[in-house]
Design a protein around this ligand. Structure first.
Ligand code: GLU
Length: 373
């Protein structure tokens, strides 16, 4: 069954990813679309909010099966999207391969290239350089700003990451580049601890692991000496300074938060959408550690999708340097907006409040300015 929830077009065409995972249902797509609306507003780009997907899971399927599903999905979906109407992209379970098949079917039906009808495309077919890395890179830029304001350093910090997909890969890559140590990654089967931190070879291997389409992280420990796989455990059982949930909603609960706090974690930034349960967020806030919500931290992905739409409209391609600079600028302004709206009387920054108010103000003002929308 397929879904698309077009939440708000007050700021621009509906925009948001498609998720293919067996647990997808209307309720999940609705909350993701709601969150997406405020996230997209935070980017300050002209994009509205939407989310979609299906309970079809590409895990364990052949390329042919995935292609046929994507084509069947788009045969119905094409009538609801378009470059000035709704521009879907990837999310969990929808990467470059799926976007390629979806976009190919869209072109086949409408008979036009219409690059802006989907983002997350391959670079050869109108995609933006750095889009695959953007969510993870943007998250680390946001964390850098948070830490800087709090007088803390990323260099040498130990980071635990959940997942090993596209977002976890980008986050690991940028964290390592900036001098932090990624000491754990996890999958549905358990956690791999990496005492000396990830190196370039390990980061590249994450892509292979994902492409193997088996959804297990254990082979990572078989490949790299000195790393250990613990079945059935989450990344949050590993002693770390910074926790970065990069997989699914509700993947870090109250018990996990208590364990992290007991182990001395001083920062948690949600890279997945709503990765922490309300209990976990309250525990972090009560303990006074740095915490920022997904709609701010992971906005770099959709922001770079917005940049892809702009390049498509202009029929040009920016260089990696240009895209990275723009991404950095966007993440810095999202951080500034969170600080502006989230600053408490005692000077402490409530990033949850800041992100919610900043996003809401933008959408609400646009609605009022355009009359009843
Ligand atoms: N799925 C990503 C998100 O949650 C990206 C959406 C997009 O690029 O449109 O923001």
């Amino acid at each position: 069954r397929g879904y698309r929830v077009q939440y708000s077009a007050a700021l621009g065409p509906y925009k948001g990813g498609l998720r293919f995972a067996s647990n997808v249902n209307l309720s999940i797509i609705k909350f993701l679309g709601f969150e997406q609306t405020f996230k997209d507003a935070l980017t300050c780009l002209p994009i509205g909010g939407a989310k979609g997907g299906s309970d079809f899971s590409p895990i364990g399927r052949s390329d042919g099966e995935v292609m046929r599903f994507c084509q069947a999905f788009m045969t119905e979906f094409h009538r609801h999207i378009g470059q000035d109407i709704d521009c879907p992209a990837g999310d969990v379970g929808v990467g470059g391969r799926e976007v390629g098949y979806l976009y190919g079917q869209y072109r086949r039906i409408v008979g036009a290239a219409e690059f802006g009808a989907m983002s997350g495309k391959d670079i050869k077919t109108g995609g933006s350089i750095l889009r695959p890395e953007a969510t993870g890179f943007g998250a680390l830029y946001f964390v850098q700003h948070m830490l800087q304001l709090a007088g803390k350093k990323l260099e040498g910090a130990k980071i635990a990451i959940s997942g090993f997909g596209n977002v976890a890969w980008g986050a690991s890559k940028k964290a390592t580049e900036l001098g932090a140590k990624v000491i754990a990654i996890s999958g549905p089967d358990g956690v791999v601890t990496i005492p000396n931190g990830m190196n370039e070879e390990m980061i590249d291997y994450m892509l292979e692991l994902r492409a193997s389409n088996r959804n297990i992280v254990a082979p990572f420990a078989e490949k790299f000496a000195g790393t250990t796989f613990t079945p059935g455990k989450k990344a949050w059982s590993v002693k770390c300074d910074i926790a970065l949930p990069c997989a699914f909603q509700n993947e870090l609960n109250g018990d996990d938060a208590a364990e992290l706090l007991k182990n001395g974690t001083w920062c948690c930034a949600e890279v997945s959408n709503m990765g922490c349960t309300p209990e976990a967020i309250h525990a972090f806030q009560k303990a006074g550690i740095l915490f920022a919500p997904g709609k701010a931290v992971n906005a770099g992905g959709v922001a770079t999708s917005g940049l892809e739409m702009t390049q498509n409209c202009m029929h040009i391609s920016w260089s990696g340097k240009e895209v990275d600079e723009k991404l950095h600028f966007i993440m810095a302004s999202i951080h500034d907006a969170c600080v502006k709206f989230g600053k408490q009387k005692d000077g402490h920054i409530d990033y949850v409040k800041g992100a919610n108010i900043a996003g809401f103000m933008k959408v609400a003002q646009a609605m009022l300015e355009q009359g009843v929308l």
